[in-house]
Design a protein around this ligand. Sequence first.
Ligand code: UD1
Ligand code: MG
Length: 397
Amino acid sequence: AVSLSPKLFIHFLSIGIFSLAGFHVTMSTIPNLKAKFVKAKVTGVDMCKQNAEPIPEAMGVIAGSVFLITMSLFIPIPFLQFDKTRVFDDLQFESLIAALLSICCMVLLGFVDDILDLRWLHKLTLPTIASFPLLTVYAVTYNCTWVLLPKPFSFALNLGIFYYVYMAMMAVFCTNAINILAGINGLEVGQSLIISLSVLIFNLIEITSTSWKVHLFSITFILPFICVSSALLWYNWYPAEIFVGDTYCYFAGMTFAVVGILGHFSKTMLLFFIPQIFNFLFSCPQLFHFVPCPRHRLPKYNPKTNLMNNSHFEYNPKQLGIIGYLCLKFARLFRLCHEQTISPNKVICTNFTLINLVILWFGPKREDAVVRILLFIQIACSAIAFFLRYYIVQFIY
Ligand code: UD1
Ligand code: MG
């Protein structure tokens, strides 16, 4: 690695400059295109504001496009040959192209979802399809399907085809987990930004190890991602001028899946998703319809107080299935929900999301206060993730 250091330096410098250019382009393009989105009726209503003016939706497509353009212009640089050595070899070239193809597919499919409002089945199949280039390049280049089991087993197990199923599921999970922890200004981009900064710190720690190449590969994706996301957050922060749409959630999720899989740190990547994993597990009773699930589960805005209150779903206790009954019992036991009996046939219960839980535990708050608490939780969980990854891990493996 030492002989490569001037090249590493050029690599870092150029990806840094390209990323900053990406930030600048995203910052200046969004205001220019806002009116065009409104004219094309690609808009949404901010459900947590008093004046319900249409706000440009799916603006994540700009961040995604600028990211793809930045990466396309950057591609030749790591493969330039000044002498006989290059920063990246042919295998990494294949990985880079396949990764960009997967992300590109996901941005396109996300935009289609925003325009056509697809059903939930599509939300599960689209990321699976988009992950195919990624999985193929993994099979061709690395193809390691062994996992080391934790103590007391401590032996390696070949998962074979199931490893590929796991990686496809990772793409589905990363994309949708961000999409269901959403609905208040700045949350989708804010959480993605904290996850990507955590990944960047992890890569910088690991860049001195023998597997420095895959971490440099990851940084090459994460740095421009951080820059275009920061520009997006600028406009999406409370009070939001734009919505990022499912396009951004898919784009972000796929970027994380790509670097986690091709950087060979998918388990560490999942550690940075602790709030999303919690929110997903907590949402399961509603997602699988054991209890009713309204179209929107974001908190309820109270225009009189300008505060966010809990939103509810309605159920009939006499028509509840056994699993739904057990889910509610469990949620009651751990104070994860609050119920109110309206009539013998009608009970309302707070929606099973992390956002509602924060409001339930900390009381009604203004939108930006709620998003700050949620982002603080995300940061705290990243700290826990590093603790697990670098300290607790020695007791497990
Ligand atoms: C997911 C959630 C849904 C949540 C929605 C909010 C599940 C199963 N689905 O659905 O509960 O209500 O995201 O994004 O958990 N919006 C705001 N403020 C924001 C962001 C979005 O009011 O800061 C509203 C806008 O009206 C926007 C809409 O949410 O148009 C976007 O919702 P969409 O992304 O279509 O919802 P889903 O991803 O299907
Ligand atoms: Mg969404």
